[in-house]
Design a protein around this ligand. Structure first.
Ligand SMILES: Cc1cc2nc3c(=O)[nH]c(=O)nc-3n(C[C@H](O)[C@H](O)[C@H](O)COP(=O)(O)O)c2cc1C
Length: 202
């Protein structure tokens, strides 16, 4: 697929078939994340890959207790054969920007000095690379937030305490039984802004 087509066709998929992802395809999507740009080449990104129903169930057991599951809007999301939890390592950026070739005032000392936390920027770039590669391979993907469940997910998956969970990428084959507009998020139908690009001045 041409890059322009992947960019045009990419959209969030919230309902999947149960078909597993071929190992080479999953490997290619994960590889895209590790090849994405990284501030100072800090590479403070880790991915916890949950493959197959037994492992993905560990995620849903923590974030969506049985009592709430039946009423969950995105039942097809629970079928996603792979969930990738995206973790950032802020201290790695602080350490990197404390090195002599960087040494920006404050950035090498503490996280709070960063007006733009580059560990979040890097994570976003990595996620976008995964989403595009998934589209390229005919797979569906959704990036979604972990919100108040971050600590519980980190604990259940053995993520070190100094990491920040940025979100989760669900991957799989799009549900073939779904009408084109079903599975759209509440946000997807919001009109696209046409005033975002400011040439020369705001
Ligand atoms: C940072 C970020 C967080 C998001 N969180 C969620 C989420 O928690 N649940 C969800 O269903 N979609 C989530 N989305 C998907 C957006 O709703 C979606 O990207 C937007 O509506 C545009 O639709 P499209 O990506 O299909 O073009 C998130 C997207 C981003 C970039």
């Amino acid at each position: 697929m041409e890059l322009r087509d992947a960019l045009a066709q990419r959209h969030m998929v919230r309902s999947f078939s149960t078909e597993p992802i071929a190992p080479e395809a999953l490997g290619a999507v994960l590889d895209a994340a590790t090849r994405s740009p990284s501030a100072g080449n800090s590479q403070g990104l880790d991915l916890v890959v949950l493959e197959g129903p037994d492992r993905t169930a560990r995620y849903w057991d923590v974030t969506l207790p049985a009592s709430r599951r039946a009423g969950f809007r995105w039942q097809g999301l629970l079928r996603a054969p792979v969930l990738v939890v995206v973790a950032a390592d802020p201290d790695r950026y602080v350490a990197r920007y404390g090195e002599p070739d960087k040494a920006r005032p404050g950035l090498g000392e503490e996280r709070s000095a960063w007006t733009v936390p580059f560990w979040h920027v890097d994570a976003g770039m990595a996620v976008m690379a995964m989403l595009l590669r998934a589209t390229d391979l005919g797979l569906g993907a959704l990036f979604f937030g972990i919100f108040e469940h971050a600590a519980a997910v980190a604990s259940a998956l053995g993520v070190p305490e100094d990491r920040e969970l940025v979100g989760t990428v669900a991957l799989g084959h799009p549900d073939p039984n779904l009408a084109a507009t079903e599975g759209h998020g509440r946000s997807a139908d919001r009109p696209r802004r046409t005033d975002q690009i400011h040439h020369g001045t705001w």
